[in-house]
Design a protein around this ligand. Structure first.
Ligand SMILES: NC(=O)c1ccc[n+]([C@@H]2O[C@H](COP(=O)([O-])OP(=O)(O)OC[C@H]3O[C@@H](n4cnc5c(N)ncnc54)[C@H](OP(=O)(O)O)[C@@H]3O)[C@@H](O)[C@H]2O)c1
Length: 238
């Protein structure tokens, strides 16, 4: 009998995360919205419900260790398993915004907060989910990275964000290596420049386009890649 897959998407109350949850639900995955404020999560879930998609909400603040543990435990309580973890929640708080943010104006607190959400958040969730995935002998972990974290093309501008995504890429490789033995795949992806609160209204891509590669990586077949970095379903340089 085919197993119905379950997924937890962090930061799924809006933006790309919302579209990932919607896309997975459309494929028949039992997707769960992880939302820092469950009220925002409920508003998102109601939107999906009006499309005939039943998507539950769990409280999830990735900055908080207990919250990450409880969110994973809650998905297990609801569905009995966790097959897919999408580390989508992220922040870009470098100031001033965009390319004007210089390394020489970077405040330690900006870097600390950015690393807390963009790196430690995914680490907490991977640590919480890995025992379940190992037990099941199945797992798909997708990290929402960015071209801004590519060492191959590293430039200047928003240094805290860039460093956090480069570190997330390193985490992807380390986790893929450690979890490699049992059909658990860990990949990073760049959604491109996407029209969300983070990306702004000028961005070229819709949230749906930004979500596509993450949905593909979330549902990879057993012979699919692991430890890779992708955009538009194609490998890109680290
Ligand atoms: N947009 C782009 O152009 C672009 C490009 C490359 C990569 N990305 C990456 O794609 C991912 C999604 O970006 P987006 O554009 O959809 O961003 P967004 O519109 O700003 O949404 C960010 C989401 O993350 C959540 N979040 C932030 N901190 C959190 C925390 N501590 N705990 C739980 N949730 C938290 C937010 O929740 P609240 O509503 O509670 O704040 C929100 O749901 C991010 O990792 C981002 O770095 C985006």
């Amino acid at each position: 009998m085919a197993v119905t897959r379950t997924a937890l998407v962090s930061g799924a109350n809006r933006g790309i995360g919302f579209e990932i949850a919607r896309g997975l639900a459309r494929l028949g995955v039992l997707a769960v919205i992880g939302a820092r404020d469950p009220k925002d999560g409920m508003v998102a879930a109601e939107k999906l419900q009006s499309e005939g998609l039943d998507v539950p909400v769990v409280a999830l603040d990735v900055d908080n260790e207990d919250s990450a543990l409880q969110a994973v435990a809650e998905v297990k309580r609801i569905y009995g398993r966790l097959d897919i973890l999408v580390n989508n929640a992220g922040i870009l708080i470098d100031e001033p915004g965009g390319f004007k943010a210089s390394l020489f104006d970077l405040k330690p607190e900006t870097l600390r907060r950015t690393m807390e959400t963009n790196l430690l958040g995914p680490i907490r969730l991977i640590q919480a989910a890995a025992p379940l995935m190992r037990e099941q002998g199945y797992g798909r972990i997708v990290n929402l990275s960015s071209g801004a974290g590519q060492l191959a093309e590293m430039g200047s501008g928003y240094p805290a964000y860039r460093m956090s995504k480069a570190a997330l890429n390193a985490l992807t490789r380390i986790a893929a290596n450690e979890l490699g033995g049992g059909n658990i795949k860990v990949n990073a992806m760049c959604p491109g420049w996407v029209r969300t609160e983070m990306g702004g209204p000028e961005a070229q891509r819709s949230p749906e386009e930004g979500a596509d590669t993450a949905i593909w990586l979330s549902t990879l077949p057993d012979d699919g890649p692991t430890g890779g970095f992708f955009r538009d379903r194609k490998p890109i340089a680290w």
